[in-house]
Design a protein around this ligand. Structure first.
Ligand SMILES: [Cu+2]
Length: 146
């Protein structure tokens, strides 16, 4: 192997590992199939559902969520305790590398309080998930009426 070849091999190795590192840092989980379930008129709350897909090679921890369409947005989990369905706030939700967190009726959901304007079926609502490392995952949820 001549010198130029060695140099090229070293360069390729260095660039390869650099782009791999950049890839890991840039990888952001994605939110799919987001939708908002709006209850019958009058109730000042709604629930948001989606698939939070962490296809990255490190865990992502959701520490908060927000939407300009609601005054307050929190991550909730529904559990059956003593035959009664109860909701609890989830202050931190860790989504392991290569896994998804399903926000679905009867389980995890976004608790969306006090809409800032009336919501109609088909409306699109922006939602942001803030991660423990400060990064933000943006999504769009579509409104459905019950
Ligand atoms: Cu709730």
């Amino acid at each position: 192997m001549d010198r130029l070849r060695v140099f090229r091999a070293v360069l390729a190795l260095a660039l390869g590992s650099a782009s791999l590192a950049a890839c890991a840092a840039d990888c952001l989980p994605r939110v799919r199939d987001g939708w908002v379930r709006v209850p019958p008129a009058g109730l000042p709350m709604a629930a948001g559902f989606a698939t939070f897909d962490n296809a990255c090679d490190s865990a992502a921890t959701i520490v908060s969520a927000s939407s300009p369409a609601f005054e307050e947005t929190t991550v909730h989990a529904t559990r059956i305790e003593g035959g009664i369905s109860r909701m609890r706030e989830v202050p931190e939700l860790r989504v392991a590398a290569g896994t998804v967190a399903e926000f679905a009726p009867g389980g995890l959901h976004l608790m969306l309080m006090r809409p800032t304007r009336p919501l109609e079926a088909g409306d699109k609502v922006p939602v942001e998930f803030r991660l423990a490392d400060g990064r933000v995952v943006r999504a769009e949820f579509i409104v459905r009426r019950m």
